[in-house]
Design a protein around this ligand. Structure first.
Ligand SMILES: O=C(O)[C@H]1O[C@H](OP(=O)(O)OP(=O)(O)OC[C@H]2O[C@@H](n3ccc(=O)[nH]c3=O)[C@H](O)[C@@H]2O)[C@H](O)[C@@H](O)[C@@H]1O
Length: 443
């Protein structure tokens, strides 16, 4: 017998019931009994609903949580949520530094290739690190999520959000007085700019301005170190590329947006006293790298027995890159953070001139793309199916070569990894991360 049936036979007020004959009283008793059944039933229903509510995950639309829609970018995640006291606690905990002399760094693009490596290196030495990433689908989001898991294990929380979200940035600066911002969020890739130009404007121009707006208003203002690109040298033919060389002939929209970033940095430094350092990266590669880059998809395609397209200059000349290994770039990045002077503004006003710097972070030894392929063939023990074609007019430049004397003098930057050594580490990681990729090879 169910509990409800048992209650059917129980007096509504136990111990007080008297036998009554009156129809009115009988009616009242029936009514009373029905009401009590209804009350018990309702209690059960309400209890069941409370039980279900307690079981359900926290809603993204609770008052403490805001929802933001990301616009302007076809492959952005449609929405992301943040806020609430638990979220703020996670933010603070992640940004907590080991000692007062350590840095508190907001890292944009933390689930990206360079961002993840810089985050881990800072966390390892005791700096407070908070990541921010929009997890867009420009390349395999699973790889970004895997990097995020790596960071979470190291104690780095990656907030899911976009640098274009002004309210989110304001909130982050409210919760943490960041000493530094490492800005690595960007729309990367030279050739993709012809397919999706607006994504470059959205992230590299609008997003950067939005971030600098937040930095200029923050109290204290952080020092900013951000990723520019070797591509700003564009059609410059003077080698090796020095920071003093021309950068007004970009060959791609990507390069143009990075160059725009350098000019935007100048204006925020000039008006608001933000300390800003731009680092021109030269084709950075290594474990946990970007699948849109040639060394990465060449590896994938060589293992699959798929043809790869190797570019040569229109006159049949060599196409070469100053490939730079990730660990060397990370050391340069940390050197830039450690030598960055404080911003000089407050309340959105400059008090005195602030530091403004640009450095090349390259390897100083360009390697032809044909040699990159030969190294991969040796490491993978698979012969590549190569198709050599004249470099299309897609934004690529023929060669890059960094002069690093300035970075060496000011940041103590000393790249030590040659392409063979760096690619060996990359291939080892690749085969571990994509188990089975070797077996699937046609060889
Ligand atoms: O150093 C930089 O500033 C830039 O480095 C890379 O750009 P890129 O040097 O073009 O790197 P890859 O796309 O990996 O290309 C490497 C080389 O392989 C060549 N390539 C690329 C693709 C292809 O199918 N075949 C081919 O021969 C390219 O012409 C280039 O010489 C990054 O993708 C940019 O985000 C970064 O800013």
């Amino acid at each position: 017998m169910s509990q409800l049936n048992l209650m059917d036979h129980a007096p509504s007020t136990p111990g007080k019931q008297k036998p009554e004959k009156s129809p009115y009283i009988n009616h009242r008793m029936r009514l009373h009994s029905s009401l009590s059944k209804l009350t018990i039933f309702s209690t059960f229903v309400v209890a069941f609903l409370i039980f279900l509510f307690l079981l359900s995950p926290p809603s993204a639309t609770t008052p403490a949580t805001r929802r933001r829609t990301l616009g302007g970018n076809s492959f952005n995640s449609s929405a992301t949520s943040w806020g609430g006291s638990d979220w703020e606690k996670r933010v603070s905990r992640s940004a907590r530094r080991a000692s007062p002399s350590s840095l508190a760094v907001l890292i944009t693009g933390a689930a990206g290739f360079v961002g993840a490596h810089v985050s881990l290196a800072l966390k390892r030495r005791g700096d407070g690190v908070l990541g921010l990433d929009n997890f867009n689908r420009y390349y395999d989001p699973n790889l970004k999520r895997a990097r995020q898991r790596l960071l979470e294990r190291a104690g780095v929380f990656v907030v899911e959000g976009d640098i274009n979200d002004a309210a989110l940035l304001r909130k982050l600066f409210d919760v943490v007085p960041f000493t530094h911002v490492a800005h690595l969020a960007a729309q990367a890739g030279v050739r993709y700019a012809m397919q999706n130009p607006s994504s470059y404007v959205h992230s590299n121009v609008a997003g950067f301005v939005n971030l600098l707006e937040a930095c200029k208003t923050a109290n204290p203002q952080p020092a900013v170190v951000w990723a520019s690109s070797s591509s700003v040298y564009g059609l410059n033919s003077k080698v090796p590329f020095s920071e003093k060389d021309r950068t007004d002939q970009p060959a791609s929209l990507y390069a143009a947006t990075k160059k725009a970033g350098e000019e935007i940095a100048h204006s925020y430094n000039h008006i608001y006293g933000l300390s800003i350092t731009g680092l021109r990266f030269f084709t950075v590669y290594g474990p946990w790298g970007r699948p849109d880059m040639a060394y990465f998809f060449f590896t994938k395609d060589i293992l699959k027995g798929k043809q790869i397209t190797v570019f040569e200059a229109p006159d049949g000349g060599t196409v070469a890159r100053d490939f730079t290994y990730i660990d060397d770039v990370v050391k340069g990045f940390l050197g830039a953070l450690d030598t960055a002077k404080k911003s000089t503004g407050s309340g959105g006003k400059k008090k005195e001139p602030a530091q403004l710097r640009v450095f090349n972070l390259g390897n100083t030894s360009p390697v032809p793309v044909s040699e990159l392929v030969a190294i991969l063939e040796r490491l993978l023990k698979v012969k590549a199916k190569k198709k050599v074609v004249a470099m299309p007019r897609n934004g690529d430049v023929r060669f890059t070569h960094a002069n690093i004397s300035l970075a060496s003098k000011e940041l103590g930057y000393r790249p030590i990894t040659d392409l063979g050594t760096g690619l060996r580490k990359f291939v080892k990681w690749y085969l571990e991360f994509y188990p089975g990729s070797k077996k699937k090879s046609a060889w």
